[in-house]
Write a protein that binds this ligand. Structure first.
Ligand SMILES: Nc1ncnc2c1ncn2[C@@H]1O[C@H](COP(=O)(O)OP(=O)(O)O)[C@@H](O)[C@H]1O
Ligand SMILES: [Mg+2]
Length: 359
């Protein structure tokens, strides 16, 4: 049995790579791994020197500059050096890039809330004359509802556009402002220097540095009481509800583990089959007519409970076997679902190997 050589591509400010490390260690009979900081200047040389069979991605979602760095370097590693990546390159591209996701959903004919991206202020203002209110303004990057604003009327929306195009940013809510609220934290930092607090502060500082300018994203407002978070990793499917607390369903969310409707799993199966994704969460709204509308897709996503789904109170997964949805009780989301991911990647590499041997 061949042992694969894989690289975990990390960035600073993102600890998700540790999950890859943990599951690689568990599968060390099948692979050797190295952690590479894709943000370091010698990334290219290190990837070439490693002669890797595969790359494990944890794309950053903190700022668009970091995300662009990751996408560019991954494009070279994958498209030019021809190294398989998990999740796929396309999945990384749509991750934490709401404008690119909007183009992608449209091109793939996947139902989603109508989304408009403007790079010209006059076009954006013109749109605001004819759109319905409320309308949703979104930052391209930024998780947990921090970059999403619900604009109730035209004057608010016009102000939002003017601010964006004047480079003043767009209604972003984020962690402690170092200047205003920072006194206590800065004092703590000086006195104790606890690494976790310093890391957190740096994280906020970098997050605040994200200043979206020169474009605006508007989205049709879809009234909803909850979003469904559907997950497909390999052939395993999961879903749970994120119930709105206040105005937004992410950020301040309450999970609710109800039995998912099977027609929703069909919807997710078809779209992920067609797009060829390997590890996806698909967040969707159900509109007044009962249509599924994709709001967000993420290849790496958080997990606050040991499971992603309960069916009749039991943790487990769904699989689609011979045209039927089959529920299998069990513990399939260990290590924040990274164990399922690594086993799927090993399976993909085995399959590719067998195919190349057969030629
Ligand atoms: N088109 C929309 N209509 C109504 N509410 C929305 C819309 N888009 C997002 N929201 C609300 O805002 C929350 C955050 O938006 P989302 O696009 O998921 O960004 P993120 O999770 O990256 O912050 C959603 O969970 C939802 O409750
Ligand atoms: Mg969301």
């Amino acid at each position: 049995m061949q042992k694969y050589n894989v690289a975990i591509l990390r960035t600073v400010f993102d600890e998700d790579y540790r999950w890859w490390e943990q599951v690689c260690r568990l599968r060390q009979n099948k692979l050797n791994y190295q952690v590479i900081d894709l943000g370091s200047s010698d990334w290219f040389e290190r990837i070439v020197a490693g002669r890797f069979d595969g790359l494990l991605a944890t794309p950053p979602g903190l700022t668009s500059a970091l995300k662009t760095m990751y996408d560019e370097r991954l494009a070279i590693a994958h498209l030019l050096l021809d190294i398989p990546i998990y999740p796929t390159f396309e999945e990384v591209q749509i991750y934490e890039n709401k404008k690119y996701l909007a183009y992608w959903l449209k091109a793939r004919k996947i139902p989603h809330p109508a989304t408009h991206v403007f790079y010209q202020e006059n076009e954006a203002l013109h749109f605001l004359e004819r759109t319905k209110y409320p309308v949703v303004g979104k930052m391209s990057v930024g998780a947990s509802g921090k970059g999403v604003v619900i604009l109730r009327n035209k004057p608010d929306a016009r102000r939002y556009v003017s601010n964006l195009f004047a480079g003043k940013g767009g209604g972003r809510v984020t962690g402690p402002n170092l200047r205003k609220k920072g006194l206590v934290l800065r004092a703590m930092k000086k006195l104790m220097k606890p690494k976790s607090i310093i890391d957190r502060l740096k994280h906020y500082q970098v997050e605040r540095s994200e200043n979206q300018k020169e474009f605006a994203i508007f989205q049709e407002f879809i009234p909803h009481d909850y979003e469904w978070r559907c997950v497909r990793i390999g052939d395993s499917y999961f879903a749970h509800k994120k119930v709105v607390k206040g105005e937004k369903a992410s950020g301040a969310l309450i999970k609710s583990y109800e039995n998912p409707p099977l027609e929703m799993l069909d919807f997710v199966r078809e779209l992920t089959d067609e797009a060829g994704t390997v590890s996806q969460s698909v967040d969707l709204f159900i509109d007044a007519e009962g249509n599924f509308l994709v709001n967000e897709m993420q290849c790496i996503f958080g997990q606050s409970d040991p499971y992603q789904m309960l069916v009749d109170g039991q943790p487990g997964r769904y699989r689609y076997i011979h045209g039927q949805w089959v529920f299998e009780p069990g513990d399939f989301n260990q290590y924040h679902s990274f164990l399922l991911r690594i086993d799927h990647f090993i399976q993909i590499l085995n399959h590719q190997n067998q195919e190349s041997l057969a030629i």
